[in-house]
Design a protein around this ligand. Structure first.
Ligand code: ZN
Length: 272
């Protein structure tokens, strides 16, 4: 039995900060935390992935795609896929139906322009879905989602009582770099974890998940957060542990969703 390993990176750059603070245009230090992602963190991450020949998925807001063309080129040259992560990274729960639709449209178009490929998957910038999000995913032909925390296994996403054809690939806060490492002097109550503690959390999650059939191991990371040497050490410790276990299969999200969709549809149609 192999367990799929899905590494995902949300390249939010300055939008992570500007979407939280309308005054951010006048706060260069606040914004510069985001600039570190595409400019410094990303090249390090691409080198690490290249050393182990690991394919991954990037979720990127349209505005980051437009503002950082060289970063986008380097991701595509390395053979990774780019998926939908809104346009401005504004938290969709405060946008209203029209505003959220515009975010879907602009982010979608930016990916098509930059990559020549239609995005397949969507991750919310807010860590939340609105009552319209799933209908918008369907409207734009997005056939996988990585948003929920309800399972360690792929399943079909339900819009209220209706089970859709969209494959949900859940993750968890414990498998995300932000709760451990995202820090700013203006985010109250935040502290930074030791990289060794993070490596231990991720390795122990893998040791358990990889014994349970039908699960996957997904990490959600941010180049501006994980792209520091101490944190990349935690990631590399985790990756080498996973590789040494001999039962991992590294996949892009779209490839894993394609593998699971027919099985999940068959299961759903058999039940109805
Ligand atoms: Zn994000």
């Amino acid at each position: 039995m192999t367990t799929p390993v899905l590494l995902t990176f949300d390249l939010d750059a300055e939008q992570l900060w500007s979407a939280r603070d309308p005054e951010s245009a006048n706060k260069p230090v606040w914004l510069s935390q985001g600039t570190y992602g595409p400019n410094v963190g990303l090249p390090r991450i691409l080198r690490l992935l290249g050393r182990y020949d690991i394919p991954v998925t990037f979720f990127i807001p349209g505005m980051v795609i437009e503002n950082h063309p060289r970063a986008i080129e380097s991701i595509l040259e390395a053979g990774h896929e780019i998926e939908h992560h809104s346009h401005t990274h504004t938290w969709s729960d405060g946008l209203g139906a029209e505003g959220e639709l515009e975010e879907f449209e602009l982010g979608y178009e930016a990916i098509v322009r930059a990559t020549g490929r239609k995005p397949r998957g969507w991750r919310s910038p807010a860590g939340e879905l609105t009552p319209n999000s799933i209908a918008y995913m369907e409207r734009f032909g997005l056939d996988f989602s990585s948003n929920l925390f309800d399972s360690d296994s792929a399943h079909l996403l339900a819009d209220r009582d209706r089970v859709t054809d969209i494959v949900e690939l859940p993750f968890a806060w414990v498998l995300d770099d932000a709760p451990f490492f995202l820090y700013s002097n203006r985010l109250p109550g935040r502290t930074m974890s030791a990289p060794s503690a993070v490596a231990e959390s991720w390795i122990r999650e893998w040791d358990g998940i990889s014994t349970e059939p039908g699960t996957h191991f997904m990490l959600a990371m941010h180049p501006q957060v994980i792209g520091r040497h101490s944190r990349l050490w935690a990631l590399e410790q985790t990756l080498t542990h996973i590789m040494e276990s001999g039962n991992a299969e590294f996949l892009r999200c779209s490839a894993y969703a394609d593998r699971m969709r027919p099985l999940l549809l068959e299961e759903r149609n058999g039940q109805s």
